[in-house]
Design a protein around this ligand. Structure first.
Ligand code: GDP
Ligand code: IMO
Ligand code: MG
Length: 422
């Protein structure tokens, strides 16, 4: 039976999707990335060696697994080739990589526009990764984006020159330095040749694989809280990291997706601006950051840290049709000795145990209602659920009870092997 497992972030990103995806890829024929771009940073640790992926699905590390970058990804060729070079040095066979004809290209002007837009937003800035992601998706929606397939058309150079000229006019208007048109054109004509061997009709490729009963693991990027429709708009990314984005980003249909894993941490983190109801902007947050090494894999920014928020997670479980959970960093919560779970919100004397639109715009007025847990346990590197400390089991069971989905994977350390499978 064909099987497509999807790995989705349920919070604000950085839940450990890379780790869970590489693990599942070890039993999969194909590893797929089909959402976001190099705003993602997915860390995989294998026997102490750290590898960070931005565009290529981390499952490519497995010798037998083919890798696909789907049509929903926005692709910066410069970053892609850096990643390809680094993986080649590690001995990874890049002939296994297939990239969608329809993926949109990121150009240097998107990076400049990202900075300009943040500047113009002033105090309302999003705190983006500055990788040109939002402007690239904007051009896609505005129907002036250029896809990989467009690079091989006679009209490519003209369209690119038109875009550069138009963007330069805007940059000039705001006193931003203009870009060198000739250099950009020359760079992309080079990239076009280098990309050629990887380019593929990935929609047909994936559907053929399903017909041949192959197994696919789809590595989501970003997370529900950052979804531009269902997350904390406007403090979001410019795409849909939720389950619908997986379908439009790959060409796979709803019935093709058999297992949907929601990844979360035993606490919570967020990078960039925006609401974070259970944030601990205090000594506790600082301690979580140090114990969990919560610094961005893409931008190295310190991540904001706080308690796990079961109200927000329940919402994410519902909208993504999550079938089971991966709970990472349980070892880190053990080092904290005591931890809290946010089980409800209080706003204007009303209690909410599930997410409501009443909260939108009032996040700072919400009082999170917590339950307190004794988490004094050392489970570092443990692999067996039965041997797990009883206090850790109490914590897991409370999460399962609220979310009504089983925790299937439990992270007990940063290495890929540091995982309990139930
Ligand atoms: P992603 O973007 O969702 O793939 O997550 P990131 O790679 O950005 O951040 C997750 C970080 O947590 C990485 O540095 C992982 O190595 C680390 N990590 C993942 N699971 C665990 C775990 O169970 N315990 C510990 N201590 N670290 C973990
Ligand atoms: P992974 O896949 C955490 C955040 C940025 C910013 C907002 C918009 O590693 O979980 P963008 O550059 O996308 O326009 O920024 O989204 N953000 C992430 N935060 N993990 C990510 O990816 C993120 N990708 C984007 O910090 O707040
Ligand atoms: Mg990350």
């Amino acid at each position: 039976m064909a099987k497509v497992s999807v790995v989705l972030g349920l919070n604000y990103g950085d839940e450990g999707k890379g780790k869970v995806s590489t693990f599942l890829a070890s039993n999969s024929d194909i590893a797929l990335r089909c959402t976001g771009g190099n705003n993602a940073g997915h860390t995989v640790e294998l026997n102490g060696q750290k590898i960070v992926f931005h565009l290529i699905p981390s499952g490519i590390l497995n010798d037998k697994t083919e890798a696909v970058i789907g049509n929903g990804v926005v692709l910066d060729p410069k970053v892609l080739f850096e990643e390809i070079d680094a993986l080649q040095e590690l001995g990874v066979d890049l002939k296994k990589l297939h990239i969608s004809t329809r993926a949109h290209l990121i150009f240097l002007y998107h990076l400049v526009e990202d900075k300009l837009q943040e500047f113009l937003k002033g105090d309302d800035k999003v705190g983006t990764t500055a990788r040109g992601i939002g402007p690239c998706y904007m051009d896609k929606a505005n129907r002036i984006g250029l896809r990989i397939i467009d690079m091989y058309s006679d009209t490519f150079e003209n369209k690119l020159r038109r875009n550069i000229k138009n963007k330069n006019q805007i940059f000039e208007l705001y006193g931003f330095p203009t870009l060198d048109e000739e250099k950009i054109v020359a760079d992309y004509l080079n990239y076009r040749d280098r990309l050629k061997p990887y380019v593929c009709d990935t929609v047909s490729y994936l559907h053929r694989a399903i017909e041949e009963d192959k197994t696919i693991v789809c590595e989501g990027a970003q997370a529900t809280g950052l979804d531009m429709d269902l997350g904390d708009y406007p403090m979001v990314t410019s795409s849909n990291p939720t389950i619908g984005g997986i379908q439009t980003g790959s060409g796979l249909g709803a019935k093709d997706l058999t297992d949907i894993y929601g990844v979360c941490k035993a606490y919570a983190s967020r990078v960039g601006e925006g609401p974070f109801i259970s944030e601990q902007n205090n000594e506790i947050g600082d301690t979580i950051r140090e114990l969990g090494h919560e610094y961005g894999a893409t931008t190295k920014r310190p991540r904001r840290c706080g308690w796990m928020d079961l109200v927000a997670l329940k919402y994410a479980v519902r909208i993504n049709s999550i079938t089971s959970l991966a709970l990472n960093h349980l070892d880190t919560i053990g080092k904290l000795k005591r931890a809290k779970l946010c089980v409800a919100y209080k706003l204007n004397d009303k209690l909410y145990d599930e997410y409501s639109d009443d909260i939108i715009g009032h996040e700072e007025e919400v009082t999170p209602i917590y339950e307190d847990f004794d988490t004094d346990f050392d489970i570092n590197g443990q692999k067996n659920y039965d041997e797990l400390d009883e206090k850790a089991k109490v914590y897991i069971k409370r999460i399962e009870k609220h979310l009504n989905v089983p925790v299937k994977f439990i992270g007990t350390g940063p290495d890929n092997d540091d995982m309990i499978i139930r």
